[in-house]
Design a protein around this ligand. Structure first.
Ligand code: COA
Length: 260
């Protein structure tokens, strides 16, 4: 598939996906969703890709939401499908099985904010602005935002942002834990790559199983989650990477993981 609205660059086991409709502030239209689905299914299967970074083209926006010119044409039935299409793609990103880092370079509004929520690590530039402004349009977040935002920043704060449609700057996003780090606009992508590189040098079996365990937090009780964690811990102990990691430590050298 030729991508019209996405740029993809893969190097050193890291794929950088750039939403690329800067004249429309990278708004998510149907074509972009189809491209995202196709690309992320490909990245999921690609054994050479360990970490994915998602960012937006241009200086202004990460993604300014669903494409409102397409949204305006929806009725009850198609509106439900509209939401389900976005949810399917964002669920795929959330459950990719590999770390996905959002490098939020500007406006992350509506579906753009929801896209960041589907990424397990969120980094922001000082220019980033987050918000769920759907109530301004007479709708509610439809790509998982009511659920994920409430889980990530707590239901009370999520209600405040969703009901007022207020935007949040990077400083506030950092303060309340929506993002884990804030950088200058120039630093954002290099720092995201640096973090991705750091993850890419670890044993990928342990990286993926750790992520899998973290992803169960919302599904399992604490007790079930710990049982799941112990089972995955056991799986790690059966890998060559475990032998290499522990031996390298005792031999005071860097481990050379083979992801086996
Ligand atoms: N869907 C479709 N087009 C969008 C868009 C969206 N979500 N967000 C921005 N655009 C388009 C604008 O229509 C404009 O296109 P044009 O130049 O052809 O008129 C272009 O992107 C630039 O946006 P503009 O509004 O002129 O930039 P701004 O700096 O004045 O404002 C925002 C930036 C982000 C505050 C403003 O674009 C905005 O509020 N966007 C909608 C956000 C939103 O409600 N998202 C949730 C959708 S469910």
């Amino acid at each position: 598939m030729d991508y019209k609205n996405l740029l993809v660059e893969t190097k050193d086991n890291i794929a950088i996906v750039t939403l690329n409709r800067p004249d429309k502030l990278n708004a998510l239209n149907f074509d972009t969703f189809a491209e995202l689905k196709h690309l992320f299914l490909k990245l999921q299967k690609d054994d050479n890709v360990y970490v994915v970074i998602v960012t937006g083209a241009g200086e202004k926006a990460f993604v300014a939401g669903a494409d409102i010119s397409e949204l305006t044409k929806q009725d009850c039935l198609s509106g439900k499908q509209f939401a389900e299409t976005g949810q399917e793609v964002f669920n795929l990103i959330e459950n990719l099985g590999k770390p996905v880092i959002a490098a939020v370079n500007g406006f992350a509004l509506g579906g753009g904010c929801e896209l960041t929520l589907a990424c397990y690590i969120r980094l922001a530039s000082e220019r980033a602005k987050f918000g769920q402004p759907e109530v301004n349009l007479g709708i509610i977040p439809g790509y998982g935002g009511t659920q994920r935002l409430a889980n990530i920043i707590n239901p009370g704060r999520a209600a405040e942002y969703i009901l007022t449609a207020d935007m949040m700057n990077a400083e506030e996003a950092l303060r309340i834990g929506l993002v884990s780090k804030v950088f200058t606009p120039e630093e954002l992508l290099p720092k995201a790559k640096e973090m991705a590189m750091k993850i890419a040098t670890k044993g990928q079996i342990s990286v993926r199983l750790a992520l899998q365990a973290i992803q169960k937090t919302n599904e399992l009780t604490e007790k079930e989650g710990q049982a799941y964690e112990a089972a995955l811990f056991g799986v790690c102990c059966g890998t060559d990477d475990f032998k290499e990691g522990t031996t390298a430590f005792l031999e005071k050298r860097k481990p050379e993981f083979k992801n086996k």
